[in-house]
Ligand binder design. Structure first.
Ligand code: 13P
Length: 281
């Protein structure tokens, strides 16, 4: 099946009361693992690439891998840039036919964030490509709970941001963070409820790794549309490689190493998708 844009998978999610997994892939093995998990769980998926991984691998390579991986399932799959750092980076992904791009200028002032996001929306819209942006600051998970809470998304600003930019989905800061948490995350479910009520477009939660399953389940039930997960996959990948190497050393076959990494990522993805599709209708 050909890649679809974010709106197609987000509409599917709304209709079937699931949350779409937006899972980070970096190479062939991670893409294969994530697509295979989506296929086994009969779930749509957004395969996305972190901005630094686009710089590392090249938007054209990643897009080509996603294209082939997508032919191995009949589920709806979208392909996105995650935390795009600039209009130029978003454009390089648009030019390489990504089907969704995130422009993340949440650390800049509101007006600049609006202005640049609008430019990306204007670029992508005519090509049927979806746009995600962020308001409030989603921190790294090694920050204190107070620092994470200081970045919470303001619902009034979020409402106008969506109206001012015309984006397709909004990433919000409600207590999750990127990476492995130093402290148990404290999700502000009241704030999430208000944002779901006030904001006109689908709500995206980042920092899905290491977030307790019950908390993810609660956010799914409340109606978040997209959950981003990255670190849990990459850690499973690294751990599997180390395990094979520790047992076999340099005698380990390269295929055995890569296959173990792929299998480990798939298992984590299946577990995440079980939660994200738990209330499917
Ligand atoms: P984690 O790496 O914490 O899962 O966060 C992923 C993410 O939010 C990517 O945008």
């Amino acid at each position: 099946m050909a890649l679809v844009n974010y709106n197609e998978v987000l509409n599917y999610a709304r209709e079937h009361k699931i949350t779409v997994g937006a899972f980070n892939a970096l190479n062939m093995e991670t893409a294969q693992a994530l697509i295979s998990a989506a296929d086994k769980m009969r779930s749509p998926l957004i395969l996305q690439t972190y901005h630094a991984h686009v710089d590392y691998a090249g938007a054209d390579y990643i897009r080509a891998i996603a294209d082939v991986a997508t032919r191995h399932t009949d589920m709806k799959i979208a392909m996105g840039l995650d935390h795009g750092r600039s209009y130029e980076q978003a454009k390089s992904c648009v030019d390489n036919l990504y089907t969704g791009v995130m422009i993340d200028l949440a650390s800049e002032n509101y007006d600049f964030n609006v202005e640049e996001t609008r430019k990306v929306v204007a670029l992508a819209r005519g090509k049927g490509i979806s746009v995600e942006a962020e308001l409030g600051m989603i921190s790294d998970a090694d920050r204190s709970l107070e620092e994470i809470a200081a970045g919470y998304t303001d619902p009034v600003m979020a409402k106008s941001f969506v109206e001012d930019t015309g984006i397709d989905c909004l990433a919000v800061s409600i207590g999750t963070a990127h990476g492995i948490y130093k402290y148990t995350p404290k999700i502000n479910f009241d704030l999430l409820g208000i944002l779901l009520e006030e904001v006109a477009c689908p709500i995206v939660v980042h920092g899905g790794s290491n977030t307790p399953d019950e908390e993810v389940e609660r956010m799914v039930k409340m109606g978040i549309s997209k959950l981003n997960v990255g670190t849990d996959f990459f850690n499973a990948y690294k751990r599997a490689i180390c395990e094979v190497f520790e047992t076999k050393g340099e005698d380990a076959d390269i295929v055995e190493i890569m296959a173990a990494a792929r299998k480990a990522v798939e298992a984590v993805a299946i577990h995440k998708l079980e939660i994200l599709t738990k209330f499917r209708v």
